[in-house]
Ligand binder design. Structure first.
Ligand SMILES: Cc1ncc(C[n+]2csc(CCOP(=O)(O)OP(=O)(O)O)c2C)c(N)n1
Ligand SMILES: [Mg+2]
Length: 412
């Protein structure tokens, strides 16, 4: 077991974890009150993994996480007021109220997001590492991702490049035993996730993610290796989320007893107890850390509530397109009020209309053979067409035939 650091460090670690815990409890409450919108993924129970990691990072290091990162941003130094305002969709939020819970971002504190795509942050972490290496900076990028994300193609591709280019990146798997409702032994062929990058030459270690000091020790060594030896590192931290995957999760995939068992390992309770028993902190200081957290979080909710919503006429600001939006992606430049098919109250009628249009479309090709898209292409005139005679094929493209107007293509 790692030794306790000095009293000031112990207090700081405890206060950070308590703040994050209280912040997330409040975020959950505000979500139920419909003040916070979109999706909400809480990391309650995972505080030691988060704080243990950030507490040994330097200011110049980068952190990149997933969609479960309110705590990561706060631990990195982002103002909790701004994180709460982001959850509320307000202008003072970290992304101007346009990102919400999954897209907290704070370049000033080198917290690079907040990504909704599982595994999507891995190649970006490699890019950040490459940028530091290219500029000759000493910064290390810490990339935190879930056990589920270790199964994505991005994982293998990123490990390969990180090893090949000796990128200063520390990969940290937050193994909370589940990817949504699927247990790690049901989603990963290799359940020792620290071994998953061995084939690329990246050896990994495992740490107790419920013990803030164990995480600190493991991460400090990983950072040193990445910074000084220019070797990417992989750490698997065992942790647990007490709440569901997101706010809407009936949790049928695990027993209550399992959750209770992990609550016994609570990172905050146990660390506070250890500090008090060792005489490093007094009960009074432990209470003070909690009171302070309460104060900050209440103020954050008030701040978010008072912050205005972004004005409607700024809706199309900050959109990014590399070319004129003329391809399959396009910027919707219509007025902001709901348009056909966007109003939930009208949904049943819209769905019926769509189904009817689909049925009518399908019926048109019922006489005769159904067209085979592999032969005919997918442009159809609603009637079956003869397969082209290869003898007559002059290599010229077939005439384009008009597609009947279906619901999707209907005018607004
Ligand atoms: C590419 C992609 N596939 C699927 C999803 C849907 N999805 C959201 S979270 C999640 C589970 C990820 O689990 P894990 O990586 O263990 O992270 P955790 O939620 O446990 O923190 C899935 C499959 C997604 N967001 N992105
Ligand atoms: Mg997981």
């Amino acid at each position: 077991m790692a030794d306790l650091p000095d009293a000031a460090t112990c207090y700081e670690l405890l206060a950070r974890m308590a703040l994050i815990r209280r912040f997330e409890e409040e975020a959950g409450r505000q979500y139920q009150r419909a003040k916070a919108g979109g999706f909400l993924h809480l990391a309650i129970g995972e505080e030691a993994t988060i704080v243990g990691t950030t507490s040994v990072m330097r200011d110049e290091d980068f952190l990149i996480g997933t969609y479960r990162t309110h705590g990561h941003a706060i631990a990195r130094g982002t103002d909790p007021n701004r994180v709460m305002a982001e959850l509320f969709g307000r202008v003072d939020g970290t992304s101007g109220g346009r990102g919400g819970s999954m897209h907290i971002f704070d370049a000033e504190h080198r917290f690079m997001g907040g990504y909704g795509i599982v595994g999507g942050n891995l190649p970006i972490a490699a890019g950040l590492g490459l940028a530091s290496q290219y500029k000759g900076e000493e910064a290390v990028t810490v990339c935190m991702f879930g056990d589920g994300a270790s199964n994505t193609g991005n994982f293998g591709e990123t490990m390969n490049l990180a090893a090949l280019w000796t990128l200063p990146v520390l990969f940290l798997v937050e193994n909370n035993l589940y990817g949504m409702g699927t247990a790690v032994e049901r989603h990963s062929a290799q359940t020792d996730l620290s071994k998953k990058a061995e084939g690329y030459g990246i050896s990994g270690t495992r740490v107790d993610g419920m013990d803030v000091l164990a995480v600190r020790e493991g991460v400090a060594e990983g950072l040193r290796q990445a910074r000084e030896e220019e070797r990417p590192a992989l750490i698997e931290a065992f942790t647990y989320r007490y709440r569901g995957h997101s706010a809407a999760d009936p949790e049928v995939y695990r027993e209550k007893a399992e959750v209770e068992e992990w609550r016994e390992k609570d990172p905050i309770e146990n660390f506070a107890k250890r500090c008090v028993e060792a005489g490093v902190l007094g009960e009074r200081e432990v209470a003070q850390a909690r009171e302070k957290a309460e104060e900050i979080v209440v103020a954050a909710a008030e701040f978010a509530e008072a912050s205005p919503e972004p004005p409607l006429d700024t809706m199309y600001e900050n959109l990014y397109a590399t070319t004129d939006p003329s391809g399959w992606y396009a910027v919707d430049e219509r007025s902001p009020e709901p348009h056909r098919g966007e109003n939930e109250a009208e949904m049943p009628a819209a769905a019926r209309e769509l189904a009817e249009a689909g049925a009518a479309y399908a019926a048109q090709s019922e006489e005769g053979d159904r067209p085979n898209p592999a032969i005919h292409g997918d442009a159809m005139d609603g009637h079956s067409r003869q397969a082209p005679d290869p003898e007559e094929d002059d290599g010229e493209p077939q005439d384009t035939v008009e597609r009947p107007l279906n619901a999707e293509g209907a005018e607004d």
